[in-house]
Design a protein around this ligand. Structure first.
Ligand SMILES: NC(=O)c1ccc[n+]([C@@H]2O[C@H](COP(=O)([O-])OP(=O)(O)OC[C@H]3O[C@@H](n4cnc5c(N)ncnc54)[C@H](OP(=O)(O)O)[C@@H]3O)[C@@H](O)[C@H]2O)c1
Length: 262
């Protein structure tokens, strides 16, 4: 099983015209993990950036951890705008994904947005051939996911934190939080660096998105300082179970994961 580089570059909402350069900058700065998805409509442009850096000899393909998530570019919706659910069991989907590894088409497989019951079901699947390498979930101080992280780590499944900076949703400004800012000021770091470092010290992989070269640089310069235990406790105490990525059009799906606490 390949080790997952601790800090990766998120690519959701990185527009096709900007993501190729962002990927090239990131590789130059030492990023070796890229989080992508078919649904982000920009995978080809991410690939162009990767390709160019491999051709230049800056990086080898086997040094890179490139994540994709299968899906449909245009998810079928009913008249009310809800997703038309598939009745496929995710255990069958997993079996098909295991085949991809066995056929050498992908190197590792993992899950995303799985709650603890779903993960347990998968790990207990009769005839399971491969365990998930990670569970990629929304995670930041306003949704610290302590229970789910403990659950995953106890079962040797790594956790990848998405939306670690709180994203760009109107009305929620995690990077402006007084506690985050206070710690950042004391350490001479940016709020984003504090939020990324917070995940690293919990043994959580983290994938901040940026297309801005100076922020891409800032977001990986997080290995030369440490948060104290008190900082960590203060950040953990900000939890308000605030989920920013809720996927409302999928609430009617039988596997919608957020109906239970964790
Ligand atoms: N599996 C899933 O269901 C799922 C769901 C959501 C996201 N994801 C993945 O997780 C990645 C990260 O989550 P996200 O994109 O939602 O949110 P995020 O990484 O928490 O926040 C991204 C936002 O923060 C800004 N930003 C980045 N670095 C900054 C810095 N140092 N200072 C100030 N602002 C900064 C970015 O703008 P600029 O680009 O202009 O810098 C962007 O607006 C996604 O890109 C995607 O790959 C997965």
């Amino acid at each position: 099983m390949q080790e997952i580089p601790t800090v990766g570059l998120g690519t959701w909402k990185a527009f096709p015209g900007e993501v190729t350069d962002a990927v090239k900058v990131a590789i130059n700065l030492g990023y070796r993990h890229f989080d992508c998805a078919y649904f982000y409509h920009n995978e080809s442009e991410v690939g162009l950036g990767i390709n160019e850096k491999i051709r230049e000899g800056v990086v080898r393909r086997d040094e890179l951890f490139v994540v994709s998530k299968p899906g449909e570019k245009d998810i079928p919706l009913d008249r009310s705008g809800k997703v038309i659910p598939s009745h496929t069991s995710f255990l069958d989907t997993w079996q098909a994904m295991e085949d991809l590894v066995i056929q050498g088409l992908v190197k590792n497989i993992g899950v995303s947005n799985f709650n603890h019951e779903q993960l347990e079901r998968l790990l207990n699947k009769p005839g399971l051939r491969l365990r998930p390498i990670t569970n990629q979930i929304e995670c930041h101080p306003y949704l610290n996911q302590k229970n789910l992280i403990d659950f995953c780590h106890e079962r040797n499944v790594s956790v990848t934190a998405y939306r670690p900076l709180g994203g760009s949703r109107d009305g929620v400004h995690l990077m402006d939080d007084m506690v985050v800012r206070k710690i950042a000021k004391r350490l001479g770091k940016s709020p984003a660096q504090i939020l990324i470092r917070f995940q690293i010290q919990r043994n959580v992989i983290v994938i901040p998105k940026s297309v801005n070269p100076s922020r891409i640089r800032e977001n990986i310069q997080v290995f030369d300082f440490e948060l104290t235990e008190k900082d960590m406790e203060e950040l953990l105490s900000l939890d308000k179970n605030l989920r920013l990525a809720t996927f409302p059009t999928t609430e009617n799906h039988k596997d919608y994961p957020f109906h239970i606490e964790y």
